[in-house]
Design a protein around this ligand. Sequence first.
Ligand SMILES: Cc1cc2nc3c(=O)[nH]c(=O)nc-3n(C[C@H](O)[C@H](O)[C@H](O)COP(=O)(O)OP(=O)(O)OC[C@H]3O[C@@H](n4cnc5c(N)ncnc54)[C@H](O)[C@@H]3O)c2cc1C
Length: 516
Amino acid sequence: MRQVIIIGAGPAGLAAAYALQKAEGFHPILLEADDVVGGLSRTVDFGGNRMDIGGHRFFTKSREVQALWEEIMPYASAPALDDRLLHRTCETRSDGVDPEQAEAVFLNRQRISRILYLHKFFDYPVSLSLQTIRNLGFARMCGIGTSYLASCVHKREEKTLEDFMVNRFGRRLYETFFEGYTEKVWGRNPRRIGADWGSQRIKGISLGAVLSDFFARALHLKQKKVETSLIERFSYPKYGPGQFYECLADEVVRRGGEVRFGCFVKKLIGDEDGTLREVLYRAPDGSEGRIAADAVFSSMPIKDLCAALPEAYLSEEARVTAEALPYRDFMTAGLLVDRLELKNETAHKTLGNIVPDCWIYVQEPEVKLGRLQIFNNWSPYLVRDPQHTVWIGLEYFCQEGDALWSMDDGDFLAFAEEELTRIGVIRPGAVREGHVVRMKKAYPAYYGSYRSFPAVRASLDRVPNLYCIGRNGQHRYNNMDHSMLTGLCAAELLRTGKKDRHALWEINTERAYQET
Ligand SMILES: Cc1cc2nc3c(=O)[nH]c(=O)nc-3n(C[C@H](O)[C@H](O)[C@H](O)COP(=O)(O)OP(=O)(O)OC[C@H]3O[C@@H](n4cnc5c(N)ncnc54)[C@H](O)[C@@H]3O)c2cc1C
């Protein structure tokens, strides 16, 4: 049996362990710094109200990942509590299980998400609809239209993300919907982010397409299409994403693998020829643990991995680049309230008639809040009393050690409550209780030293028994399915003895995979 040390029991690490067990001949041992599985995709239980750290849709175009999900967790054979009470139609499977009876089950949920701006709701993604025109007002719309036309005539040289967006959307639209939000998420103005980031992540608009879309909507020719674009369906575990990873970890252990909690990997030890032999970690009691490794799969942040590797394994450029790799951190406040002040003016029925959104992008410039999750709409089972309370998650993008991050939990909850009150989402005094979660390195960022990333990759690829997997493990903006795919791919490379890591780094680079 070859012993494979997997650093991190998040989606990537667990998928890798599971695939290695299926391949046979491998003994995977997961070293997890935390005391739970799931990584960023964990669920936090706060007295029966469960928080999803960010709101994780299970949605994939990969057949392999879909098959893995189905092997681990059955689908619902009957409607979830809210669908049943509201007589809403939803997709069920005859070979599934009843969510009212079974614990582990994927629900089929509807995605509704909108933008809150000027205390009004806008479609997400923003569309040129009568509602948008009404919300923005005639004068603002004229400004947006003329500045868009100006951007078509006068193209700027694209050096920064601002140039990229102004060229595609016009300055006024850029300032209205993109500038502030980008700054909230990435902590820097788009003027200080490279244009290549935009070409990787953002599709442009075509005036012709926008206008024909507008007239089709105005003439009610496109109603059906509009509704399906606003309402997508996705799978979601009854008790949040972490439940799925708990089930997957149970399966890994049942098949003979190990998950060791509270083990923080500090150093990787290897031969002079560049092959890793041992992993050193800090055990939960503070002692130092050592474990032999035939191969190492790492989903720990690349910055930390490079600091843990023998110095001689990295070129000077790789070491300097990795040390300076940028990240954004993330804080979320779970607040339990009796009701929201936002009116449900949609045709969607919900328990307590709350707004039907799973999450809302908050574009209001006067608050730091980035997104608002309404956990009741993700799964009624996330909430202890979904008929009489609303359990919400406020998302803040920040930097480890900055003023927000360093706030005392009580002060942060008060700050979050005040922001929500200010933009009219709740009334003063509506919060019954709250909980704070901080996640380091939630977003690997593509600016700063990232431009020299190829040097890091080249050094890492020279280590014959090291496999970089996952989101921070590859410093890539991966979703859960991409992260799992990297784990599956690494297992396959090890099984087949292929040395080339190209396939591993190619995951999540195709443009078709990215969101509009
Ligand atoms: C706000 C937000 C919303 C998101 N929404 C979605 C969504 O809707 N759909 C979707 O598919 N994806 C979503 N994602 C992405 C998803 O969270 C990640 O893709 C996924 O969790 C990455 O899995 P991973 O295993 O690569 O890494 P992680 O989840 O980061 O897990 C890595 C694990 O490694 C451990 N670790 C780190 N360092 C060490 C060390 N030195 N020693 C031991 N262990 C260590 C960590 O504790 C962690 O458990 C979202 C992410 C965020 C931040």
